[in-house]
Design a protein around this ligand. Structure first.
Ligand SMILES: [Zn+2]
Length: 168
């Protein structure tokens, strides 16, 4: 089932989020599935729970077009990041038609839990890194408009994945 996406300046986008407890409740399992349906339907590359009005630490990453299966992360946090930063144009499903360059660390190490509650840890310096940083910002109440200095039109990305826009 798809869920309506909360649009800025909805205050839920700025609200603190609660950790997810394990084992997952039926409600959390349904929320996870609904967020996966919603991000696919919206053609986004990621979605965080506050974007569907839920103040919990849950994000889904949708890089299926780049060959990465759709996955969920519970209680994700960044535990290490590279000094090297890169400027990449981003958009946000909660802030329609707004795009701009966002400077973020190129490489991050993320610790999170999977659906079983097992701790997972991974390091990435590609699209997963970029999308995870955008979504973890969401569960911390942070938005791309907090970074963007110059707004742009939304260029299609062709480098390294199929033509798409980076909207999460
Ligand atoms: Zn977003």
């Amino acid at each position: 089932m798809t869920l309506p996406i909360k649009i800025f300046p909805d205050q839920v986008l700025r609200r603190p989020t609660e950790p997810v407890n394990f084992p997952l409740t039926k409600d959390m399992l349904k929320l996870t599935q609904d967020m996966m349906d919603t991000v696919r339907k919206a053609d986004g590359i990621g979605l965080a729970a506050p974007q569907v009005g839920r103040s919990v630490k849950l994000v889904v990453i949708n890089l299926e077009k780049s060959g990465v299966p759709l996955f969920a992360l519970y209680n994700p946090r960044i535990v290490a990041k590279s000094l090297k930063k890169v400027n990449i144009e981003e958009g946000c499903l909660s802030i329609p038609h707004v795009f701009g360059l966002v400077k973020r660390p190129k490489k991050v190490t993320v610790v999170a839990q999977n659906m079983k509650g097992e701790e997972i840890k991974f390091t990435d310096d590609g699209w997963v890194s970029r999308v995870v940083q955008h979504e973890i910002d969401h569960i911390n109440g942070k938005l791309i408009i907090d970074y963007i200095k110059n707004y742009s039109q939304g260029q299609e990305i062709v480098d390294g994945w199929k033509k798409d826009k980076l909207i999460g």
